[in-house]
Design a protein around this ligand. Structure first.
Ligand code: NAP
Ligand code: ZN
Length: 345
């Protein structure tokens, strides 16, 4: 099946319309007519080659929502007409200890990414900036009725990437949580941490988005460009989730943790980060990372969001605005996720 898509032809090149091939629907596959695809900063890192060489052309997009239009003979999880989502992963071995523990994203044989990855059949995967996608039904999520489909798309990456560490490190009543960076991931982190019952603080470069941050559920909002922020908040947080796409001064942020506190990095900058170990040992603190979340947890997150009336704050764009949207994301000018209306492809 040949379908319309948008692709980056080479590293750092603007995306342009193209036509790609989708595989035939296998016995455990579903065919999805895509309605919306979110733009994640990871899409931009990938097409810019920040994380190393990629198999171009790259069709990005791992925040996919659409409707099932065909199912394979063995599919029981999804039916034609269902509203479904696909996140960052479209396959894994299913057999290793991590897959069996529902942490398919940490598959010991390597999960198959939704785009720019080698699929099990040896072909390169292409993501959601396209009209249709064929995905193994075990990696397809159900989008609950309660969430507007356009606001649901960013949950498939930004939602689960913040939900997973917030749950893992027990964000909830009595816990002080800081979210660093109020972009796509950050704004979902604020909403979810607030819904989990934690006391939430936003640490943003400036106070420009303060009103939004408080409306989204933050209790406090500080500018990291103001050095007094780091004095005022020293030793305060149980958990800090860093969503910044660039390097930050880890030692300064680790100083904001209480004893036994954890700074979880979900931001994935191109350059290595460094820290002074005294920032950890002087408070039994931890520095950790977290990558998206398993399929079961992603479904739990979608159901949690539906229950709590949570969706992303989106700016819907047409396909021909993708390159401009990339520029705005790079300039931290996003409120708070660009979502492509894929009917414009
Ligand atoms: P985004 O929408 O661009 O948000 C990042 C935010 O970080 C910006 O809005 C800005 O917030 C802040 N920021 C940007 N540049 C900064 C700088 N130089 N110094 C300080 N703050 C800065 O990006 P996103 O889509 O949320 O993704 C964020 C990062 O997470 C990316 O690196 C992405 O690849 C990564 N990611 C990781 C996973 C995972 O599984 N671990 C999953 C998805 C994405 P303020 O304006 O509020 O300061
Ligand atoms: Zn993403």
């Amino acid at each position: 099946m040949r379908v319309n898509a948008y692709a980056a032809p080479a590293a750092g090149q603007p995306l342009a319309p193209t036509v790609i091939e989708r595989r035939e629907v296998g016995s455990n596959d579903v065919l999805i007519q895509i309605e919306y695809a979110g733009i994640c900063h990871s899409d931009i890192h990938t097409v810019n080659g920040d994380w190393g060489p990629q198999p171009f052309p790259v069709v990005p997009g791992h925040e996919i929502v659409g409707v099932v239009t065909e199912v394979g003979a063995d599919v029981s999880r999804h039916r034609v007409g269902d509203r479904v989502g696909v996140g960052c992963m479209v396959n894994s071995c299913g057999e290793c200890a991590n897959c069996r523990a529902c942490d398919e994203q940490y598959c010991l044989k390597g999960m198959v990414g939704t785009y720019a990855a080698t699929d099990r059949d040896g072909t390169t995967t292409h993501g959601g900036y396209s009209t249709h996608v064929v995905v193994d039904s075990d990696y397809v999520l159900s989008v609950p009725d309660g969430i507007d489909p356009v606001a649901a798309a960013p949950l498939l990456c930004a939602g689960i990437t913040t939900y997973a560490p917030l749950r893992h490190w027990n964000a909830g009543p009595g816990k002080k949580v800081a979210i660093v960076g109020l972009g796509g991931l950050g704004h979902m982190g604020v909403k979810i941490a607030h819904a989990l019952g934690a006391e939430v603080t936003v640490l943003s470069q400036s106070l420009k988005k303060q009103e939004d941050g408080l409306r989204l559920g933050a209790d406090d909002y500080y500018a990291t460009s103001d050095p007094s922020t780091f004095e005022q908040l020293a030793g305060r947080f149980d958990l800090i989730v860093n969503t910044v796409s660039a390097g930050i001064d880890l030692d300064a942020y680790l100083g904001l943790l209480a004893v036994d506190g954890t700074l979880v990095n979900v931001g994935a900058p191109a350059e290595p980060l460094s820290l002074n170990v005294f920032s950890l040992i002087g408070g039994r603190r931890s520095f950790a990372g977290s990558m998206i979340g398993g399929i079961a947890l992603t479904q739990e997150m979608l159901d949690f969001c539906a229950q709590h009336g949570i969706g992303a704050e989106v700016e819907v764009i047409a396909a021909d605005q993708i390159n401009q949207a990339y520029e705005r994301v790079l300039a931290s000018d996003v409120r708070y996720r660009f979502v492509i209306d894929t009917t414009t492809l």
